[in-house]
Write a protein that binds this ligand. Structure first.
Ligand code: SAH
Length: 211
């Protein structure tokens, strides 16, 4: 089966799985996932599965990318912070839906590869840097939206601090890899609202950077 056919099949599958936001489906259609996977996995780029990337990390399953993006309530007027650039695939999807994307990755090699790739795609509303996502991006805070694509044991307090009032944080949380769920955290004037969404399996969020 060729790429366009596979891609259409994947988009239909995402709809069946409950992705109904047409802007999200449009972004998923326009971002070439084959450009973000290792060459040896290129033939599986439009399968609805996570795939390995360098440094023992993974490019997330398309369904999970679409699901978290939809849960984040995309808004072309606001900026979003992403923790865990990885391949840059989720970053590219966000770039099509938000005014500007700030993305942080703890492995310098992954961060630099992703930044080059995104540059080549002429996605110019992205700022990428190597750093520890637990610290957020204080110089650019507050953010209307924050998404993390690595699982922390608890909701990092710093990320709540860097959220606008009314802002939304979507992230996987769980101590063990077989016991994680996606949370949507909405910042209220004196409190947060926490919604528990779906069970997932992500690589862990780890403190510190790797050069
Ligand atoms: N959205 C990415 C997912 C990559 S996996 C994609 O679809 O390709 C999650 C990434 O989070 C990994 O690359 C991992 O190195 C990174 N990560 C883990 N802990 C981090 C931290 N504290 N700060 C920044 N990045 C982190």
């Amino acid at each position: 089966m060729n790429d366009p056919t596979r891609k259409i099949r994947l988009l239909m599958e995402l709809r069946r799985q409950g992705i109904s936001d047409t802007a999200v489906l449009g972004a998923m259609e326009r971002v070439p996932r084959e450009a973000f996977v290792e060459k040896s996995f290129a033939d599986q780029a439009y399968e609805n599965i996570a795939l390995p990337i360098m440094q023992g990390q993974t490019i997330s399953q398309p369904y999970i990318v679409a699901y978290m993006t939809q849960a984040l309530r995309p808004d072309p007027r606001v900026k979003v912070l992403e923790i865990g650039t990885g391949s840059g695939y989720q970053t590219a999807v966000l770039a099509r839906l938000f005014r500007r994307v700030y993305t942080i990755e703890r492995f310098r090699s992954l961060s630099e590869t992703a930044a080059e790739r995104l540059e080549q795609m002429k996605l110019r509303n992205i700022t990428a840097r190597t750093g520890d996502g637990y610290l957020g991006w204080p110089e650019q805070a507050p953010f209307a939206r924050i998404i993390a694509t690595a699982a922390a044991a608890d909701i990092p307090e710093t990320l709540i601090d860097q959220l606008d009032e009314g802002g939304i944080l979507v992230l996987p949380v769980g101590e063990r890899s077989d016991d994680q769920e996606i949370l949507r955290v909405t910042k209220l004037p004196y409190d947060v609202r926490i919604e528990r969404l779906i069970k997932v399996r992500f690589v862990p969020m780890v403190k510190g950077t790797v050069d």
